[in-house]
Design a protein around this ligand. Structure first.
Ligand code: NI
Length: 225
């Protein structure tokens, strides 16, 4: 499921992120990928040791916590500490697939079920830089306003087009979901959304209660904790 999640960060938060990122030390993005990725990746990232990466990453996690839409869609179990990248001067990342298992710490690993890109500047500030996601329906090209995020299955091939004017700033990270299957997660999300709508419209309470029960029982059946 490809989903646009608007307004993860407020305009004030975006401005603060941009101020911090301007004075941060960036490093070559090839440091965090394997040899295949390194052949097609040309961008910059905040290094793991960067204090800005840790502090802004925590701010992203706190912002995600405020988003019911993110929780309903991702059903997160583990989230990799957010990273930050910058594309400029023709920088791009050719078609690739994200790693399937990632280290959270020396003793803990996670599976990447969902990839997330949180845009930190507006599409009119750069040319190119679209996130292109390929699935069975074709290719989807994504560029969102600053503060908005997109989530998509980590199983999809994707790329970032060359940035030929200005610079593109984003945070990106992966989520291990309670529900591994994208199609099961999508059905749960649709059911959750429908229950919210029915509740808001004061629909028959017994029917809503029963549907809510089905939602939780499916989540019980499909979730891994
Ligand atoms: Ni990727």
């Amino acid at each position: 499921m490809l989903l646009h999640i608007p307004e993860i960060l407020t305009a004030e938060e975006v401005a603060e992120f941009r101020r911090r990122l301007e004075s941060a030390d960036w490093t070559d993005g090839r440091e965090t990928v394997g040899p295949q990725g390194a052949q097609v990746k040309r961008n910059q990232q905040l290094p793991d040791a960067s204090p800005a990466k840790a502090e802004l990453g925590n701010a992203v996690l706190a912002a995600l916590n405020r988003s019911p839409l993110f929780f309903a869609a991702a059903l997160p179990r583990k989230i990799l500490p957010p990273r930050f990248n910058r594309y400029a001067g023709g920088g791009e990342y050719g078609f690739h697939i994200d790693g399937s298992v990632m280290s959270l710490s020396e003793s803990e690993q996670m599976r990447s079920d969902i990839s997330c890109t949180l845009f930190l500047n507006n599409p009119d500030e750069y040319d190119g830089g679209r996130l292109v996601i390929r699935d069975t329906y074709g290719e989807h090209s994504v560029a969102l306003p600053a503060g908005d995020a997109v989530i998509y299955p980590s199983s999809s091939l994707h790329r970032v087009e060359p940035v030929t004017r200005g610079e593109r700033l984003a945070s990106f990270f992966w989520i291990q979901s309670l529900v591994r299957s994208d199609s099961q997660r999508q059905m749960l999300f649709q059911m959750d959304t429908s229950i919210q709508t029915l509740t808001a419209e004061d629909a028959d309470r017994e029917a809503v209660l029963q549907l809510t029960g089905v939602y939780h029982n499916l989540l019980r059946l499909w979730s891994e904790t």
